[in-house]
Design a protein around this ligand. Structure first.
Ligand SMILES: Nc1nc2c(ncn2[C@@H]2O[C@H](COP(=O)(O)OP(=O)(O)OP(=O)(O)O)[C@@H](O)[C@H]2O)c(=O)[nH]1
Ligand SMILES: [Mg+2]
Length: 200
């Protein structure tokens, strides 16, 4: 079943949430700028150039929608906490994110991507609290685990995240988009989530 992710195609880029049609299920990727959201989407879908990645933070500037199957979407959002864009642009990105996550009625889960080396930041906790407040389920994906020192066990990174965010271990993933490592269970969960919803 997870092989269907390899057939994921770009669907649309927009800053107007209301212009998007209805979907039946969405997995939304959110996180600080440059944490590797777009890279994680590429690794998840075993594709190199699906989502555009960049060394410079602030690469993804609109809501990028990818279609895994009919009305089953993966969504890449602009990053939060990027200081180098103007307050006006930051406000616009925030509004886009809020509209995308809260105002759309679709069945959704958010993957908060954090940096495994840096660890969770205040902004990541704010995001988790905000999602909880609105009853939106979320997973934590700790990316760039290739940067973590070899003597730190993956289970330690996981346990720390479980403790910090107060979520179940089954919703925590430690991955490296660069090395394409750790994506097996996330692929299964994403496909299960997308395909378990009934088409309207
Ligand atoms: N070492 C390492 N670098 C990574 C990994 N994943 C992404 N990167 C690098 O991190 C940088 C940012 O990657 P993106 O995927 O563009 O990050 P993003 O979160 O989508 O960034 P914005 O769209 O700008 O918010 C790039 O230089 C990537 O090559 C990883 O697993 N390990
Ligand atoms: Mg991006």
């Amino acid at each position: 079943m997870t092989s269907m992710l390899e057939k994921t195609v770009f669907f649309r880029a927009t800053s107007e949430v209301c212009s998007l049609p209805k979907s039946t299920a969405e997995v939304i990727f959110s996180g600080r700028s440059n944490v590797g959201k777009s890279s994680v989407i590429n690794a998840l879908c075993s594709q190199k150039g699906l989502a555009r990645i960049s060394k410079t933070p602030g690469r993804t500037r609109s809501i990028n929608v990818y279609s895994v199957a009919m009305k089953k979407w993966i969504i890449d959002l602009p990053g939060y906490g990027f200081a180098k864009v103007s307050p006006k642009v930051r406000e616009l990105w925030k509004k886009m994110m809020e509209e995308c996550i809260i105002e759309r009625e679709s069945k959704k889960v958010v993957c908060i991507i954090i940096d495994a080396f840096v660890g969770p930041t205040e902004l990541d906790f704010d995001m988790a609290h905000w999602l909880s407040k609105y009853g939106i389920p979320f997973k934590i994906v700790a990316n760039k685990c290739d940067k973590v020192f070899k003597d730190v066990a993956e289970s330690d990174i996981k346990n720390k995240i479980v403790e910090c965010f107060g979520i179940d271990k089954s919703n925590v993933f430690v991955v490296s988009a660069k090395k394409r490592r750790g994506f097996g269970k996330l692929q299964i969960d994403v496909v299960d989530f997308l395909m378990s919803s009934v088409d309207e």
